[in-house]
Design a protein around this ligand. Structure first.
Ligand SMILES: [Zn+2]
Ligand SMILES: [Zn+2]
Ligand SMILES: [Zn+2]
Length: 148
């Protein structure tokens, strides 16, 4: 008759993965409120996170820390969010502040990485062709004679 209490499915070593997921989730949530707050003109908006996000955006507009070497925590966090947003953002006329700047920067970074890859490839190709040029070409000439 007495039912055993507890199912034995308590949290064990999944805790770490859960907290990581939670962090990812809160980032997504922050990006959502960021997207919303940038388009929202309601002074008394009831959407969760909207008022806070607007305050943060207002802060970054008046905060001069972007010009100093180490920015303040609020600006740092918002810039981190911007980067997350900008990576996924497809809007060419996005209203999120710094989004276009961040996207431009990301693009430049990607271009630079590509450029470096191409340069590396070219160097490898050049090295290869040097090896080919230095190698005796007997096998090739024999083949071409046979083919004729
Ligand atoms: Zn709102
Ligand atoms: Zn700041
Ligand atoms: Zn954007």
């Amino acid at each position: 008759m007495a039912a055993a209490a507890g199912t034995g499915d308590g949290p064990s070593n999944q805790e770490q993965a859960d907290s990581m997921e939670a962090r990812e989730f809160s980032t997504q949530k922050c990006i959502q409120s960021l997207n919303h707050a940038c388009q929202c003109h309601e002074a008394n908006c009831t959407v969760s996170g909207c008022i806070q996000m607007k305050r943060v955006i207002e802060h970054t507009k008046i905060c001069g820390c972007r010009n100093s070497a180490d920015g303040c925590e609020i600006c740092k966090q918002l810039i981190e969010l911007m980067c997350h947003h900008a990576k996924a953002c497809q809007e060419t006329k996005c209203t999120v502040p710094f989004c276009l700047n961040t996207k431009h920067k990301l693009k430049q970074q990607q271009l630079q990485q590509r450029f470096q890859q191409v340069r590396l490839l070219r160097q490898q190709m050049a090295a290869m062709s040097n090896i080919w040029a230095a190698a005796p070409s007997d096998a090739f000439s024999k083949n071409s004679i046979d083919g004729a």
